[in-house]
Design a binder for this molecule. Structure first.
Ligand code: ARG
Length: 456
């Protein structure tokens, strides 16, 4: 097959080079975007009188035929034509003849590939945003159902204070709300048209880039042609957003792994979302959550891979940049799959409310409530902290919980303590009382649920 760039060559490309330099094996994924971009480009060329309306119509028809062939799995992708751009263009020329050879006027593969990736990422970013939204809705439904489920809240993975399960779940909802915001914000910088920058310096032909931008739904056309073909910031940014998002999912996944242990016993993941062991018949493992945690490493690696790829690259386009697609595509696939599987797993999960509530009351988790009780009686907080610490130490020695200590004993630590301290030691009361803005009380959590119902 003759190469579109073969004019200045006298010798054939080595087969080794063809297989080493090809990207068609992975960039064929961009075929829709490539065709969409080409149709818009051809329309512009005709509008500007660079090609005739007839030629543009033939180009569009030919490209649509190619699209149908690819869709039907009938298109033959050729390694020797390197990439998706030349595969489609060569087939177009074969199909429609001379008009097909005019399509590549006033563009280069450098701006073309930048366009394809931007179109692709715009679509995928929107898809990811809608998957995050879906996961938020699922979390919200569970949070609403569990507005009266109390669990231990942790710091350092040590029981800290009782909290509402809803509050804990809404923490994740909040985290991925920020992810959504980051992805949405990234669209602002993504949504810029690169086509028309040509190889790097623009063109002598009378193109209309604003027209193409409008045609393809871009806010503007890029302002510097050299930057345009060199820039992969939008891909780095996408990967950065993906890293933060999967980091959040990995933390949630880790908690699900922990919570499903016999030791915690907080949740049971449904059979449909767990797997067994080939040797230990009793096992039911949280592999889905573990793999979400595990795939995080891949996505981080992908960001590092692209950052390293771009580091120190001189302007403008360099073939190194062809390697951007592999980590990008892998990240899109992985993140989408993680969001989907987490969302599907959650509704079938059951919470052991008794176990959660029982553990919430153990381990002196209402000690802060005593300290704040003392503050309300006029004791400075530092002193209240010290007094309560002594009470806890005494309970540890006696191997009893806080509510088991007698009033007489309590009074020996501080005379201001009355029997009205006991109600504050109940985990439910403790939770109810934490009604500061953003706190764990049902009144506050319900406010957040209401707010999210509006936003989502
Ligand atoms: N397949 C190439 C890529 O993905 C397209 C651009 C090639 N440009 C070039 N001058 N060889 O980057």
């Amino acid at each position: 097959m003759k190469k579109p760039w073969s004019g200045r060559f006298t010798h054939k490309t080595s087969g080794l080079v063809e297989s080493f330099t090809e990207s068609i094996s992975f960039d064929k994924r961009l075929w829709r975007h490539d065709i969409r971009g080409s149709i818009a480009h051809a329309k512009m060329l005709a509008k500007q009188g660079i090609i005739t309306a007839r030629e543009a119509a033939a180009i569009e028809k030919g490209l649509l035929e190619i699209a149908a062939e690819i869709e039907a799995g009938k298109f033959r992708f050729r390694n020797e034509l390197e990439d998706i751009h030349m595969n489609i263009e060569a087939e177009l020329a074969r199909k429609i003849g001379p008009a097909g050879k005019k399509l590549h006027t006033a563009r280069s593969r450098n701006d073309q590939v930048a366009l394809d990736i931007r179109l692709y990422l715009r679509e995928e970013t929107e898809d990811i945003i809608s998957r995050i939204l879906q996961l938020q809705k699922t979390l919200l439904t569970i949070a609403e159902k569990h507005i009266d489920t109390i669990m231990p809240g942790y710091t350092h993975l040590q029981r800290a204070q009782p909290v509402l399960l809803s509050h804990h779940l809404l923490a994740y909802l909040e985290m991925i709300e920020r992810d959504k915001g980051r992805f949405m914000d990234s669209l602002k910088r993504l949504n810029v048209l690169p086509l028309g920058a040509c190889a790097l310096a623009g063109t002598t032909l009378p193109t209309d880039r604003a027209f193409v931008a409008k045609e393809l739904g871009f806010k503007t056309a890029s302002a510097n042609s050299i930057d345009t073909v060199s820039d992969r910031d939008f891909a780095v940014e996408f990967l950065s957003c993906a890293c933060i998002c999967i980091m959040h999912l990995s933390r949630f996944a880790e908690e699900l792994v922990l919570w499903s242990t016999e030791e915690f016993g907080f949740i049971e993941i449904s059979d449909a979302f767990t797997t067994g062991s080939s040797i230990m018949p009793q096992k039911k493992n949280p592999d889905v959550a573990e793999l979400v945690r595990g795939k995080t490493g891949r996505i981080y690696g992908n960001l590092m891979s692209l950052l390293t790829l771009m580091k120190g690259l001189p302007l403008s386009y360099n073939r190194d940049m062809q390697e951007d697609k592999i980590p990008l595509f892998d990240t899109v696939d992985t993140l989408k799959a993680c969001l989907e599987v987490m969302n599907a797993m959650l509704p079938g999960m059951t919470f052991n409310k008794q176990r959660m509530a029982a553990t919430a009351g153990q381990g002196y988790s209402t000690a802060t409530d005593i300290a704040e009780y003392l503050v309300k009686k006029g004791v400075p907080f530092r002193e209240a902290h010290e007094i309560t610490g002594k009470i806890v130490l005494d309970c540890i020695k006696k191997k009893i919980e806080l509510h088991e200590i007698s009033l007489k004993e309590l009074k020996s630590f501080s005379p201001v303590i009355g029997k009205d301290v006991f109600p504050t030691l109940d985990p439910a009361a403790s939770v109810r009382a934490r009604s500061s803005y953003g706190g764990t009380s049902p009144s506050q959590v319900l406010k957040q649920i209401k707010r999210y119902k509006k936003i989502l």
